[in-house]
Design a protein around this ligand. Structure first.
Ligand code: ZN
Length: 400
């Protein structure tokens, strides 16, 4: 490398360091930037001026004086960059535009049942178009499109390998999006996106080893080790397909008695129907149409039949979580999905099962929390990754 290139590289790295520190602290003065980066005040002054000129950061306000001239406080310019993010489920897409300051500036749910490639394409197109129609700035400011899916995905080739709930296989997501807009696409397994959002925006900084468990149309799991998402190139942790009952019901994977066939909305509805048919007391008359969220609310209100159904599910889920605690020994397990509507009652019952069934030295340390951000966590998590790749690249300083 020649001297000029050397100098340019250092200049670039210094600039990215400053940018990343401003991202991390939200609001910061030149003096604090000098202290945190160990760069000279002259360098900090030059870099902040350049970043303001490029509109990546802005002067937010005048800070408090420590005797001398009051300092200028800098922050990320929210309208310097944007990302579009979609959370796809078998019956809908949640679409959001997120700005560089991690604010959701547009959000909409598009309801459309996905049952094949065409309907998935339609859902993607409708969602992206709705975001683009509500984007008042230059399209060049959109850094990328983040999309999360249930199922096995290959994030490197940007393809859904197989998704039983979406009824698609070998679906090229990048190509599908290029039909609408020429932007780079970042795809995520649904639980990966949810975990990233909770990690960056929902939980305290100290947690580094975290498991996220989603109970929705099945059971999914993701894992973060030493602050890094443990990403498998093709697929992920298929917690929903661990065998709980070898003689149980047939699962869509071809095996019998998988966790997902016993814990999630449809098995809960089935079980509730059975209990109602047996004459068990309940405020519910028709189990088939009852959503998981509503069942969880009735569980919180101590409805007899709903409590029996949910207690059985908690018992099975708690057993599965205990197995994961024994394998991974995480600091924190986050539970997400409609089950979270069960609140503290659910959390306490689940925690007591996990404490009982996992190794004592592990479970004493492992905290169990309910998702704090809900669906927003997937949208913010993907957006965080896109900005890391496109705006803050090469510097890992944001990693808490
Ligand atoms: Zn299965």
């Amino acid at each position: 490398m020649n001297k000029k290139a050397d100098k340019d590289t250092i200049k670039f790295l210094n600039r990215q360091t400053v940018l990343s520190i401003i991202r991390k602290y939200n609001e910061i003065s030149r003096a604090d930037l000098t202290e945190k980066t160990k760069l000279s005040p002259t360098t900090i002054s030059a870099i902040t001026s350049e970043l303001v000129e490029n509109k990546l950061i802005r002067e937010i306000r005048i800070g408090e004086s420590n005797g001398g001239r009051p300092p200028l406080i800098f922050g990320i310019n929210p309208i310097a960059a944007f990302s579009i993010n979609l959370r796809i489920t078998p019956s809908s897409a949640l679409v959001a535009i997120v700005n560089l300051a991690n604010e959701i500036v547009y959000k909409k749910e598009i309801i459309l049942q996905v049952y094949d490639e065409e309907s998935l394409q339609e859902l993607l197109e409708t969602s992206i178009k709705s975001a683009l129609d509500n984007f008042p700035y230059d399209l060049d400011l959109i850094q990328g499109i983040g999309i999360s899916f249930p199922g096995l995905i290959d994030y490197k080739s940007c393809k859904i390998i197989f998704s039983a709930s979406l009824h698609v296989k070998n679906f090229d997501v990048q190509q599908a999006i290029y039909k609408v807009v020429g932007k780079e696409v970042y795809i995520y397994k649904d639980t990966d996106a949810l975990l990233l959002g909770e990690y960056h925006f929902g939980i305290e900084e100290s947690y580094k080893d975290v498991i996220y468990i989603l109970v929705e149309n099945g059971v999914g799991m993701s894992y973060l080790y030493s602050g890094k998402l443990f990403r498998l190139p093709e697929g992920g942790f298929e917690l929903g397909h661990i065998t709980i009952d070898p003689e149980g019901e047939l699962c869509r994977c071809g095996n019998k008695g998988c966790l997902g066939t016993m814990v999630s909305e449809i098995p809960a509805q089935k079980k509730l129907s059975e209990l109602l048919a047996q004459g068990i007391e309940s405020r519910v008359s028709q189990a088939g149409a009852l959503r998981y969220e509503d069942m969880m609310k009735l569980y919180e209100e101590k409805d007899i039949a709903c409590t029996m159904v949910i207690n059985e599910q908690i018992n099975l889920l708690g057993t599965a979580i205990s197995n994961m605690v024994n394998i991974f020994n995480p600091e924190l397990v986050i539970l997400g999905g409609p089950l979270v509507a069960g609140g503290e009652e659910l959390r306490n019952n689940l925690k007591s099962i996990v404490s009982k069934k996992s190794l004592k030295s592990f479970s004493q340390k492992t905290k169990l929390k309910l998702s704090a951000l809900g669906d927003n966590s997937a949208l913010l998590g993907m957006s965080h990754e896109i900005f890391s790749d496109r705006v803050y690249k090469f510097i890992d300083i944001n990693n808490k």
